[in-house]
Design a protein around this ligand. Structure first.
Ligand code: WTA
Length: 661
């Protein structure tokens, strides 16, 4: 609890003083009024015996509708290829839609959709079910069957949910690509997954600007596997359509039959592939399955957000193209029959108070966002939220990157008005579900700590060399028991799956790729990635992918990309570039290279700054020493440079960095 009575609507110096005061407090008990009513009250996050974990997940799984009940819970006979509920069958779209409609909740709003230009649409469960059945039939008419991959590249509009659930209904794994990725990156992801159909839009909108999407995709070139492109008319611009291949979404929906039975799928049937960045330039196709994934996301959505479908209005601000959107905009909330908000736009368009306006308009009770967004809101000032009625809020969530205590406290005081527990949720595309998080109403929280593993999850911090548990201090974060929503493999790359996650300490220990600290109470503090993955504004990017794109620029000879800490985006991308021949680095060329990256990956991957250099620091065996580049960018002492082929080059490099910033 707070050290003094919660003070409402603070701003300016008063707010600064309150934040300073709370910074000293370090620990926050669940508010008394909340602890008494929260679902987490009965949960004991850390006391499940090993033998009880599978039983715990089986109990969670039984809350779903199974067409064939499972007898087998967890099969660990072939680690790390674990399976869950493998002899059961179920349909994800049935669980997310039909079940609620049959229970008499057809009129409940599934999504309050808010468009960029102020449009509003409320979509009920019954309407969603109707459109999903129609679109599933339409996909079948286009030749999509069980096991065929369907690409989805759409803005934040309700059709994206229809498309995902229609795929689930007929057992066609979807491969959603974040709308902010460039068409080139989409094409790559369609190609490696051999997608048969792509669902996209005529265009997208961002802060009042409209840009073509379908035409841009066409310009990225042909793909053999792609038999059809379905185009959603969203912004109303002209679209080049190729007869026989391209069809309009509204036309095939109108022509389709209303009824499409939900066929039972094996629990281990793949529900989707989601490409995520790894340490190499080649994205990883993370494969999630039907029964385990739905169990993991629905149960954590209930527990971590204390969700009650009759009471709550849930808003996760992520984009549906990331795993957070898959699990906590689409599958978790719909499986739980929740009412959610879906917002097309940016947090500062049409004005910087739009989020708070939407919370007030829809009576949002649970709000889930990213630290980078909270920091942006901090910059815009408490005056924006302060003019809105945020009294409906009950729980606040954070995801995607470590949250610094100052941002945590601002969220707590200005948004939560010192009434709402904050859940700092740690998880990954690979884990599918939240793994480490406070349970609201139950866990004492500490600003900056994700606290502890959820029930059924076994997390540990281990020594990076020996693999022994670190009782207190820093080490590698690992997961020691399988969990239902775990990835099953990397699409078409079983070997890479084993090597990336399960080889360091054997096939029973999942190596997360993050470092973490365990404090004296056993609480976990996530430090950040230990590999070449960068986290910009909570978006997961690969240094290697950005590097390889920069190197395709005609004027570039060599490049190395590293992350630098950034007060607003968490991390920022810095590129060290060696130009060809006698070329000189100029601001125009810097803009050209940044544009080149935007074109081939997406705007989010543009380097914040480019440092022109003549030579990259390399070891005698010619490996680029990225550690040194990172140290320079962070202003850290350079440590051991003895393995460097030309130690004198470092002083020159430091000068150039200073010049570039
Ligand atoms: C980071 C996003 C600290 C972490 C759901 C992880 C976090 C990577 C947190 C996964 C958190 C995510 N605190 N770091 N609460 N949540 N991360 O796959 O480095 O896009 O490995 O999944 O984000 O990013 P991904």
């Amino acid at each position: 609890m707070s050290t003094s009575a919660p003070s409402l609507l603070l701003s300016g110096e008063q707010l600064d003083r309150r934040l300073e005061e709370l910074l000293q407090q370090k620990r926050f008990s669940p508010p008394a009024h909340f602890a008494a009513t929260a679902r987490g009250r009965g949960a004991a996050p850390d006391v499940l015996a090993e033998s009880d974990q599978a039983a715990f997940w089986a109990e969670q799984a039984r809350t779903l509708h199974w067409d064939t009940p499972f007898a087998s819970v967890l099969d660990e006979s072939n680690p790390p290829f674990y399976t869950w509920f493998a002899d059961g069958t179920l349909n994800v779209s049935y669980n997310c839609l039909d079940r609620h409609v049959l229970a008499g909740h057809g009129d409940r709003v599934a999504f309050h959709w808010a468009g960029e230009e102020g449009e509003q649409r409320a979509i009920t469960y019954a309407e969603l079910l109707r459109d999903v059945q129609r679109f599933a039939n339409a996909l079948k008419r286009l030749g999509v069957g069980k096991g065929d991959i369907v690409g989805i590249y759409l803005p934040m509009i309700p059709e994206v949910v229809v498309a995902m659930l229609a795929c689930a209904r007929i057992g066609a794994p979807h491969n959603v690509v974040f709308g902010g990725f460039a068409p080139e990156a989409v094409k790559d992801r369609m190609k490696v997954s051999a997608a048969k159909v792509l669902v996209t839009a005529d265009g997208g909108r961002r802060k009042g600007k409209t840009m073509p999407v379908k035409a841009a995709y066409d310009a990225a070139g042909e793909l053999d596997s792609l038999e059809h492109i379905v185009v959603v008319r969203h912004v109303g611009i002209d679209v080049p359509m190729r007869p026989g291949r391209d069809v309009f979404y509204d036309e095939i929906l109108a022509a389709a039959d209303d009824v499409c039975p939900a066929h039972p799928m094996e629990a281990e049937h793949p529900l989707f592939i989601l490409y995520s960045s790894g340490s190499t330039a080649k994205p990883k196709g993370i494969v999630h399955t039907t029964g385990g994934y739905l169990t993991g996301v629905s149960s954590t959505h209930k527990l971590v957000f204390d969700l009650d479908s009759e009471r709550d209005v849930f808003w996760c601000t992520a984009d549906v193209g990331w795993v957070t959107g898959h699990s906590y905009i689409v599958y978790g909330p719909l499986c739980n029959g929740a009412t959610s908000v879906m917002f097309e736009g940016a947090p500062d368009y049409p004005h910087r108070g739009i989020w708070w306006e939407l919370i007030e308009r829809y009576g949002v009770t649970v709000f889930y966002t990213a630290p980078t967004a909270i920091r942006a809101c901090m910059k815009w000032g408490a005056e924006e939220p302060n003019v809105h009625d945020l009294s409906t809020l009950r729980v606040l969530g954070s995801v995607g990157e470590p949250i610094n205590p100052k941002a945590w406290l601002w969220y707590h005081v200005v948004v939560g008005r010192e009434r709402c527990p904050i859940v700092d949720t740690w998880w990954q595309t690979e884990t599918g579900q939240i793994m480490i998080s406070p349970v609201p109403g139950h866990t004492e929280t500490k600003p900056g700590s994700a606290c502890q593993a959820l029930p059924g999850v076994v997390a540990d911090v281990v020594d990076e060399k020996t693999g022994e548990s670190v009782v207190q201090g820093q080490g590698l974060l690992v997961l020691k028991r399988p969990w239902p929503a775990m990835l099953r493999t990397l699409y078409g790359e079983d070997e890479r799956y084993v090597k990336t996650y399960w080889s360091r300490f054997g096939p029973e220990t999942y190596v997360v790729g993050d470092a973490a600290i365990r404090d004296q109470d056993g609480s976990l503090w996530i430090v950040g990635r230990i590999d070449d993955v960068i986290n910009v504004s909570g978006h997961r990017l690969s240094t290697a992918e950005v590097e390889s794109v920069i190197m395709t620029h005609a004027k570039v000879a060599e490049a190395a990309v590293v992350a630098q800490s950034d007060a607003s985006t968490g991390q920022a991308i810095v590129a060290f570039v060696i130009l060809r021949g006698e070329l000189e680095g100029t601001p125009e060329l810097e803009a050209e290279i940044r544009e080149h990256v935007a074109r081939y990956i997406g705007k989010i991957s543009r380097p914040k700054c480019i440092v022109w250099i003549d030579e990259l620091p390399k070891t005698n065996s010619a490996k680029i020493m990225r550690r040194l580049l990172r140290d320079i960018m962070e202003g850290r002492p350079l440590g051991d440079v003895t393995t460097l082929s030309d130690p004198a080059a470092m002083a020159d490099l430091a000068r150039r960095v200073a010049a570039a910033q």
